[in-house]
Design a protein around this ligand. Structure first.
Ligand SMILES: CC(C)(COP(=O)(O)OP(=O)(O)OC[C@H]1O[C@@H](n2cnc3c(N)ncnc32)[C@H](O)[C@@H]1OP(=O)(O)O)[C@@H](O)C(=O)NCCC(=O)NCCS
Length: 187
């Protein structure tokens, strides 16, 4: 049986350079305490439609609580990954994904948004795969997400990554998808 969550704090995700389908390169890394303004700027560059499909509301900017969670994640139950371009210290965020879990739960919930000019070149897939791997390494057993029924790109991507639709209290407008995380290989 899967041993479940480890008692020690997980190590940080190492930054990794990713080449996208169109040749552009981004760095995938964990968010840090000084990323608040960068995340806020990325949010302001999302189209109204992308903001709506991500937050299911017409949210214009991240609240202080959202920024606090993104930049100071509780390592035992949250992880915020960013895709960034540019030099260290002067980076621009072009995508973000995170998971959150309730205290003591083996299930976590994902969310993701890619800045519009960076969509359609495989960035979300790469970021979600990294997020799922990190969640599995931290002992989570399932990942789930709430997706607007009209969000064909996200529903298509979730299907490709192995998520299946399950009953949701918010049907039919919002679908709940869930995936069993693959147990990491034991060294
Ligand atoms: C949904 C979203 C995250 C996808 O990001 P992306 O970087 O464009 O996705 P990718 O390029 O990695 O595409 C991955 C897959 O998505 C699916 N996809 C993309 N566009 C699609 C479309 N118009 N219709 C159906 N499937 C589509 C495909 O399966 C694609 O696989 P492929 O690359 O093999 O063709 C992005 O559009 C976004 O940020 N939207 C706004 C926020 C949001 O909706 N978040 C989800 C709710 S948490």
């Amino acid at each position: 049986m899967w041993a479940g969550r480890r008692s020690w704090l997980p190590s940080r995700v190492d930054p990794v350079a990713i080449r996208l389908r169109d040749g552009r390169q981004v760095t995938l890394r964990e968010a840090g305490a000084d990323d608040g303004e960068r995340i806020q700027a990325a949010l302001s560059r999302l189209s109204a439609e992308s903001r709506y499909t991500r937050f299911m509301s017409a949210l214009r900017e991240a609240t202080p609580r959202m920024l606090e969670q993104a930049t100071r994640s509780d390592p035992g139950r949250q992880l915020q990954l960013l895709a960034v371009i540019g030099e260290p210290g002067a980076e621009t965020v072009v995508g973000g994904t995170r998971f959150d879990a309730a205290h003591g739960s083996h299930d976590c919930e994902f969310a993701i948004a890619i800045v519009d000019g960076w969509q359609g070149v495989g960035l979300a897939r790469t970021m979600l795969e990294a997020l799922m791997q990190a969640a599995a390494e931290r002992g989570f057993e399932r990942m789930e997400g709430y997706i607007l029924a009209s969000n064909a790109p996200m529903l298509g991507l979730a299907r490709k990554l192995g998520f299946q639709r399950v009953k949701s209290p918010e049907e039919p407008a919002v679908h709940l998808v869930r995936c069993e995380l693959r147990r990491p290989a034991v060294a």
